[in-house]
Design a protein around this ligand. Sequence first.
Ligand SMILES: NC(=O)c1ccc[n+]([C@@H]2O[C@H](COP(=O)([O-])OP(=O)(O)OC[C@H]3O[C@@H](n4cnc5c(N)ncnc54)[C@H](OP(=O)(O)O)[C@@H]3O)[C@@H](O)[C@H]2O)c1
Length: 215
Amino acid sequence: MTMDGKITTRNYSPVDFTSREDKAHLIRQRSLGDAVLIGYGSLKRDNVRLGVPREELRDARVKRAQSPYPLRVIVSNAGKIDNRLNIFQTDFAPIVIFSTQRMPRKDREALRDKAKLHLSENDDVDLAQMLRTLRKEYRVRTVACEGGPTLFRSLLERGLIDQLNLTIAPWLFGGRDAPTLTGLRKDFLPKSVCCRLIDMRVVGDECFLTYRIRN
Ligand SMILES: NC(=O)c1ccc[n+]([C@@H]2O[C@H](COP(=O)([O-])OP(=O)(O)OC[C@H]3O[C@@H](n4cnc5c(N)ncnc54)[C@H](OP(=O)(O)O)[C@@H]3O)[C@@H](O)[C@H]2O)c1
């Protein structure tokens, strides 16, 4: 995020204001999880494949008895998911989608061969239940969530995050309509969240922070 707490611009353009080191840091964090989780807003905007491009990171995963790539997990309440996105054109790791019965029939059909669908009867995805399903059905023990801010806030509100990796980039954007780390919602979190700084690394003009979240 920028020094004034913004994680993207007003137009929600793909994130490109951080260094190569930050991008490598993101991939390293991604490579640690059994699964990588993303909200549909970020998937749609950034059109990411959620791979692990560096061979040594994949080798390290295999040495830790993980699959070479993390399981790719997408969350969407509405379920209007575009099957032409880049992620669906790759098959290096399975894709699992948690959505609801609101997902249009044509999207279900289009995604059937590309992803495993978990469709809740409720209007919203139950995130705690999603994590239980990942653990029980996919043997997932660690999840690296890449946001975005709406999903991050939902997880935070439910006490489902234990660690936050935050890079402060040397920019100021301003702008009331540019989302912060917890999105655009004007209301406070139901409860302030207290974090403990467990690591800090400065590279060039960026600061890489790791917080433990006290739930
Ligand atoms: N700077 C960074 O590190 C960073 C990281 C990630 C993303 N971003 C930026 O963030 C922007 C996107 O923001 P965003 O708020 O739209 O991101 P987001 O949280 O990825 O996406 C929001 C959408 O994800 C689904 N979702 C979120 N929480 C959910 C929940 N609890 N249950 C079910 N579905 C849920 C919903 O999809 P449906 O509408 O389909 O129901 C929701 O509309 C992009 O510009 C992206 O580049 C920045």
